[in-house]
Design a protein around this ligand. Structure first.
Ligand code: SF4
Length: 288
């Protein structure tokens, strides 16, 4: 399988790309033209206008003779070539004006078409030489309809892979259990965020539990709990109940952290409407 080595790339990171037969043919034609009667591709230095530096002498494929020596294509020269092609193209822009392309547009067009054809974005990021997927997502023009189409295709694909009995109507008992789970989420200091179908793994020690979404309205109650924990801790130390101390300290640390979270939430969203965790009241059964 032919591979194209790109070094250095835009991010100074070496990349290896799979070469399709069509690209291999085009590259062979370019190499033959650049090499001409020489045994090798001439070595030339490229000036980087952004960095204002000259590269080492390398066998660049995009080079042309100018006077007595070759020089690499400048961006302005590539734009001139594109303008010439556009001038004889019968394809206008959407508003009827002449199309304008920059060399960089081809990278963006490739990225958009590859993503639209279903290439996963993390693979596309590798091909483009991006260090993070976030950069690739900026590159790719995502249209609303694409999002809808891809999501539908994803759901259809996922359903086709799962056992069909997962998509049956729930029984009354299952539905009651589902609704009941959300009704039981409300606890003394807020709302329990554990997932449906899971049991409390933490013996209802909510004050220490990372699943608890603290309710800022309960901060007075939590302050009372903290005072009580301090008293119990002092008593445990006085009486030498060493087995209690560690647990009380853990509860106290959890309570302090939850109180800080309540106060922070109250301060930042005092003017916002608190929606809380989703709960499901007894409602007519609907299944998507
Ligand atoms: S201890 Fe945690 S998981 Fe258990 S009820 Fe409290 S918040 Fe939920």
């Amino acid at each position: 399988m032919p591979l194209l080595q790109i070094a250095p790339s835009k991010t100074d990171r070496e990349r290896l790309l799979v070469v399709s037969p069509e690209l291999a043919e085009a590259l062979a034609a370019v190499i033959a033209r650049v090499r001409g009667d020489n045994a090798h591709i001439p070595l030339v230095s490229r000036y980087d206008g952004a960095e204002r530096t000259h590269s080492a002498a390398l066998p660049f494929l995009c080079q042309r003779p100018t006077g007595v020596r070759n020089q690499t294509f400048s961006i302005a020269f590539v734009k001139q070539l594109l303008d010439r092609v556009v001038a004889i193209s019968p394809i206008p822009a959407a508003d009827g004006t002449a199309l304008r392309f920059t060399p960089h547009d081809f990278r963006r067009v490739f990225a958009t078409e590859a993503a639209a054809a279903g290439l996963p974005v993390h693979i596309l990021a590798k091909i483009l030489g991006h260090q993070t997927i976030a950069t690739t997502q900026i590159y790719v023009a995502i249209y609303d309809q694409d999002v809808v189409d891809h999501h539908r295709a994803f759901i259809a694909r996922r359903r086709s892979l799962r056992p069909s009995d997962e998509y049956r109507e729930p029984t009354d008992a299952e539905w009651d259990d589902f609704v009941g789970h959300f009704a039981k989420r409300k606890v003394e200091l807020g709302t329990c965020g554990r997932a449906y179908g899971t049991r409390c793994q933490h013996e209802h020690a909510c004050v220490r539990c990372p699943m608890l979404r603290p309710d800022p309205a309960q901060h007075r109650r939590l302050e009372e709990i903290i005072v009580n924990l301090h008293e119990r801790l002092a008593e445990a130390r006085d009486r030498g109940w060493l087995g209690e101390i560690e647990g009380l300290q853990a509860s106290l640390a959890g309570a302090d952290q939850k109180l800080a979270s309540m106060l922070r939430t109250a301060a930042t969203v005092s003017s916002a409407v608190q929606l809380g965790m989703p709960t499901t009241p007894a409602a007519p059964r609907t299944v998507d």
